[in-house]
Write a protein of this length. Sequence first.
Lengths: 227, 205, 315
Amino acid sequence: MITAERKPFDEIYAMTEGHDEVLVAGCDTCVAICLTGGEKEAEILASEISIKAKSEGRELKVEHTAAIRQCEWEYLDMIADKVGEFPLVLSMGCGIGIQSMAEKFSPKLVMPAVNTNMLGMPQEHAVWLERCAACGECVIGETAGICPVVRCSKSLMNGPCGGSHAGLCEVVGPDQEETECAWALIWERLKAQGREDLMFANRPPKDWSKSSSGGPRKMVREEAKPI
Amino acid sequence: MADDADRTKLTVDALSAVATAVEVLPTNEGFEPEIIVFACHYCAYAAADLAGSMRLQYPTNIRMIKLPCTGKLEVIHLLKALEAGADGVYAAGCLEGQCHYLEGNLWARKRMGHVKTLLEEVGMDPRRVEMFNMSSAMGPLFAQTARDFTERIRNLGPNPVRPRDGFEPAEVVRAQMGDAALPEAPPDDDTPAVTPVTVEEGSKR
Amino acid sequence: MSEALTLKAGSNLEKVLTAGKFAVTGECGPPKSADASVIEKKVKLLIGYVDAVNVTDNQTAVVRVSSVASAYLAQQNGIEAVMQMTCRDRNRLAMQADILGASVLGLKNILCLTGDHVSFGNHPQAKGVHDLDSISLIRMYKDMRDEKRFQSGEEMDVAPPLYIGCAENPFGDPLEFRAMRLKKKVVAGADFVQTQCIFNIPRFKQWMEAVRALGVHQEIKILAGITPIKSAGMANYMKKFVPGMDVPQEIIDRIAAKEKGEAQQAEGKKLAVEMIKELAEVEGVAGVHIMAVEWEAAVPEIVEAAGLMPRPAVA
């Protein structure tokens, strides 16, 4: 699923400058599941903004709402009236939801209250790990179900680099957190599957034209398009 | 009415074109295809009834499954029919523009097109499936369609799917479709929602 | 009496290795400023003591004078260079263009590397390119040289004569895969390999055993990496902070036992000489790669004491 993190409060609050009314819009799908931008979190953010404004003696009308899914026009119809009341919307949806709202309600100001960060998997409750790069050409059938594009810091296609040590990547996370070496994991699982030969074959360069590097992508299901 | 005559002509012409196209295939003597027909209640099934009462001959190879509308057909039903070993499958719905449910037959045609694409993917001849249109008055067209399609499939040969699991393809499809497939006997309150078309092609009354 | 050697590029390093002589390469890190004199000074220290000098490519993701420019300067100053190229900073277009550029400038030796991650360096916000990995890079250069083809498949009129190298870390993980990884590079087309610096010789010998079992030592020229230790502090730093380094405690203790400064440096050089002599005896080791980081001045003494002078002149 798509995960996002709320932007720093100061950055969000700065967006309200010059406005008297602001609506915080949550989304009850992905960002709700990763506990960042659902209706509950939208209400919390609205309350935070209200508290800040009031403590500054500032007149600011803050309300919240939430769409079932911000990226669907029909669901945005359901909150259109509410949105119409406000000159500024702080959307807590993922980048897709924010852009859908901005397009639907254009030219109304729709600002991102979250940083969409990854296609992640909840490893355990409240912990998400990046799993997919949406590269457009999935090779994980050859890498024992582990994505080398996004789980390897260098997107290597042919095994670990020289910096892999004790199953860990040479890259250390922001809080000195260790990252697993994807290729160490791939090697172990390929061995368990008896498919070590996949590790020994030299894989050609990746076709990045299928990823977002090739330009913004579009997908059409011809058979489902209305007549 | 001119429009309907055009549509009739189109369908017959389309059939002729197909019949011509498969002439080049070697005939498979002795092979009797099993064909499943999805017929809509309002038009095609009624046309089949009419063909019957007109004593028009059409092959016994076809097994009919009545639907309220061909729009009820899902891609999976067509695939399951072939997976179960049917040699050919076609849907017969109302004339375009005259569907009792307005666009059901248009969706059926679209889905049929998609199934043809899927069949190409798996290496099966896409001509094993087809979409036809007719009105409830077109008994002769129903019979002709059945004859011509059976001939097409006879020429294409048996479905390469082997072995068959011992189940009748039509029964497999019926089980797959559940309530979507209507019981065979026409209901008593059978009132066709479309006005029967003036029979232009000359019936054998 | 010299036999005619079959050469791919005709570089001095290639000649020495192909003729079966024990090769010595050095390393020089370009400066973090537009100052050619720094490069010239460093490489001049090594003339006559090494067969070629590596010029690093934004090592540890820190911006320095580019490898191709530095390599060219080195050659202009009378010493053959081994240009280094990482996959971190360039896409396949730039890598092919740069090697054609290097080639027209007369450079022949190229070391293909993955590259340290951007987060290690002084521009951690940069976008790491990683269009290719080192194995694809080796293959791409090999095809340019031998097939006269670009990675796209198009043909070119004049192929770049290249002597293609790679790096390998005998101490990296997964350990059992490390010999195989070198084999992958051989299959991709690497002609020579320089290893990460060795301090744990027994463990290196284990890796060489695995390498020999695969027959790889006969398919590629292996140069063992050596870094002379300047101080116990440096050894400690490498042990703790440099990924993939195996620095046995005895070595740190040996250096630390001496007084800081001159005494530790002398011990470091002595140790380096001992290691070179021991490594030269290991079957399959075709040479040594001395990475005297910011201590290029120590190299002539070490090479001399290790009995590797004079450097061979191969026709």
